[in-house]
Ligand binder design. Sequence first.
Ligand code: TYD
Ligand code: MG
Length: 462
Amino acid sequence: MAGRSSRKRSVYTCQDCGQSASRWLGRCPGCGEWNSMVEELQPATSRGKATVKSAAAAAESTVLLGEVAGPGIEGRLVSGSGEIDRVLGGGLVPASAVLLGGDPGIGKSTLALQLASALSAKGACVLYVAGEEAPAQVRLRADRLARAGSDKLLVLPETDAAAVIEVMRKKRPAVAVIDSIQTLYSGEVESAPGSVSQLRETCAQVVAAARELECAVIFIGHVTREGTIAGPRVLEHMVDTVLYFEGDSNHAFRILRAVKNRFGAANEIGVFEMAADGLREVPNPSLLLSGGAREGVSGSSISSCMEGSRPVLVEIQALVSPGSVGSVRRTTLGVDHNRVAMLAAVMEKRLGLSMASHDIFVNTAGGVRLDDPGVDLAVMASLASSLLDVTLPAATVVLGEVGLTGEVRAVSRLHARVKEAARLGFKRAVVPAANSDRLDDLDDLELLRCKGVADAWRLLSG
Ligand code: TYD
Ligand code: MG
């Protein structure tokens, strides 16, 4: 019996989403990724260990919620970088675990090093575990960034999780950065560093130690397309906060997005620009994302969308041109492909515009991803403007969700959205009549209310 419990079991785990199966599969049943299942050895778990003793101990450790001291906003580690602090929900919470994911080369190490330097400049002891680079390389980047506080960072070139925890015990840092979680390994797991089992095990070990030592940890995780290294998605449930650093490598700006946050609003974003001396904050993203719009050209409109708690103005461009029969193209960047197809169908039916035989391309400025349905009407306005080659009125922002029957539905937080447009000097806003918000402090901004898409188009083209 003893031999049986120590026997290793072979499982196949998807390196993308962590789904496991008892046999190899060409396609992961969890996320649908091809060729991502990799064989891993798992020690057979010994079940039934939960004894009466541990149950009694658990009963003893129950506490009254009213007596628990929560991590207040006062206790947070504030870096002074407004964008990062806001995305974290008002600063880094002590003893919390943060996952910072993103494509390789997007700027995760840069962001983490800037945050680490800023915190260390404020007097916090910060440990930077460099699993990917030698200390000299970290130094090179720090010199390039030239941020105050980087001299006092403790850099540890180490990939063994046990050794990292040992150093955390000795040095007692307030913050530890693990760059990256994919390079860390634990001798207790047999699979290769970067596999799902290693990622889960090392992350769990470091999180447990960090909680005990009251150290906040930031794990950097590469989003990977190949099946050989596991992606950070498999760790999302083990940490308190999940941030993704997004952007197009052809554009200078980057978006830090909170997709999960136990200590703040999810979906909050911070906008940065990659410059020669590191990431610069963009405190006024509306200007960046809508400022490039040229007046007097067709196929462009501006909407105001909610990104977390903040309204941001974004330019939406469309190009509609006659396609070859039988093979029309529908290409979108930043807006959902299916949503655009739906909007084109509504236009065909409700505005009598012939879209079916046309190629359709839709882009948002800089490729920024918009999930907000409040931009529907602006997408439609850009499409109609391009199809008919009609320029839309200048200094006008377009807002509204479009339903299948062509009705323009109310949008959330209309007041905040319109106010942002007014702040940037917009003169008119096309808004849903269904929104009954009181909008009376909008200085010079004129509101044009519409019930349906035909109404809206009359207002915009007339
Ligand atoms: P890096 O932080 O190393 O990316 P990651 O850790 O996500 O893989 O940054 C990668 C890119 O950023 C690299 O191509 C160079 C560029 N970069 C700058 O443009 N300016 C800078 O100051 C720094 C440090 C990097
Ligand atoms: Mg890096």
